[in-house]
Design a protein around this ligand. Structure first.
Ligand code: GLU
Length: 329
């Protein structure tokens, strides 16, 4: 920890991902290697901005993170804020960042923000973006305007909300967007400029159980119904469908939903990547009017992956009845 005790306190936890990855030798593939202290050693400017508490919470590729690990991260972050941290920063892989940020955001009860970041280029690659993202994440964490905004994602000098951010490119440096909404703000010469005011947040209680499962299936051309029919018999307690267009499925999937909906909550979202589901436009079998008539929930602006997280958390705390009211229109 820094000896500069007049500086604000920040806690930084690292979970792994490309930002923590290095090659063992020239030409070798990169894997997670750097703990939190090694990660921050590349950004000496941070110590002039804040007293840093550092914790290596994991060293995983982000596809291998899970809900149980995130609940542990949440408990750690809570203790850090209760001990006086002004904000918490988390570093992780970018592949699942849009999901982990939303999961933590739904459960984060403090005004102190959690700022999540990562990197598109590994620490051993030329032009690696991890150090710049870490510095900008600290700027965001310290900005008074970040308070009350829950969990924020900082990538490439843009600040995104956990509910809207998506990874929209596999390898590009500008890999994160908030389709239809835009970034919440930008970091300009170290100063955070918010484009939109903070909005009221809904915080869910911690799940009392964690063994339940919610399935996510994508509707696609000429898909058979075998997997869809199996969802209930395999013990899933909820289902999200990444539907066509404005929230549609084929006629044969619509028939199977007649059988599934009485047994478990079903959400249909759009697989397009941008825009809301419709409510009152299309009248064919499998379109939004038909689906709502069957008791299917339409996702509004929420992307299929985030719908799955919302539904999992609601089932875990016995609050499925709140689902419709929490889906943004
Ligand atoms: N591109 C990913 C990253 O930014 C790969 C690994 C991961 O998500 O952990 O970290």
């Amino acid at each position: 920890m820094s000896g500069q005790t007049h500086l604000p306190k920040l806690s930084i936890g690292s979970l792994g991902g490309t930002v923590s990855m290095q090659a063992s030798a020239n030409g070798c593939a990169v894997v997670p290697r750097l703990g939190c202290e090694e990660l921050l050693a590349n950004v000496p400017q941070l110590r002039e901005l804040a007293q840093l508490e550092m914790a290596t919470l994991g060293l995983l590729p982000s596809a291998s993170l899970g809900f149980a690990a995130l609940l542990d991260v949440l408990a750690w972050a809570r203790v850090e804020v209760e001990r006086g941290a002004q904000a918490v920063i988390l570093t992780q892989g970018t592949d699942s960042l849009e999901e982990t940020a939303y999961f933590l955001d739904l459960l984060w009860p403090f005004d102190a923000p959690i700022v999540m970041t990562g990197a598109m280029r590994a620490a051993s690659q030329p032009g690696c973006d991890g150090p710049a993202n870490l510095l900008a994440a600290v700027n965001v964490a310290l900005a008074p305007g970040s308070r009350g905004r829950g969990v924020l994602v900082l990538m490439n000098d843009q600040v995104h909300s956990a509910a809207r951010v998506r990874k929209t490119a596999s390898l590009a440096m500008a890999a994160f967007e908030s389709p239809g909404a835009g970034a919440l703000g930008d970091v300009v010469e170290g100063v955070v400029v918010y484009r939109q005011p903070a909005t009221r947040r809904q915080v869910l209680p911690l799940p009392q159980r964690t063994e339940h499962r919610v399935a996510l299936l994508e509707a696609c051309l000429d898909a058979d119904t075998a997997l869809l029919q199996a969802v209930a018999t395999l013990g899933y307690e909820g289902l999200v469908i990444a539907g066509f267009g404005a929230g549609h499925v084929s006629g044969c999937w619509a028939q199977v939903l007649d059988m599934l909906v009485p047994a478990l909550p079903v959400i249909v979202a759009t697989r397009t990547g941008s825009g809301p589901t419709a409510r009152a436009t299309y009248g064919f079998a499998g379109a939004e009017i038909d689906l709502q008539g069957k008791g299917v929930h339409l996702a509004g602006q929420l992307c299929p992956r985030k719908c799955r997280i919302l539904l999992w958390l609601l089932i875990g705390s016995g609050r499925q009845h709140l689902l419709q009211s929490l889906l943004p229109g």
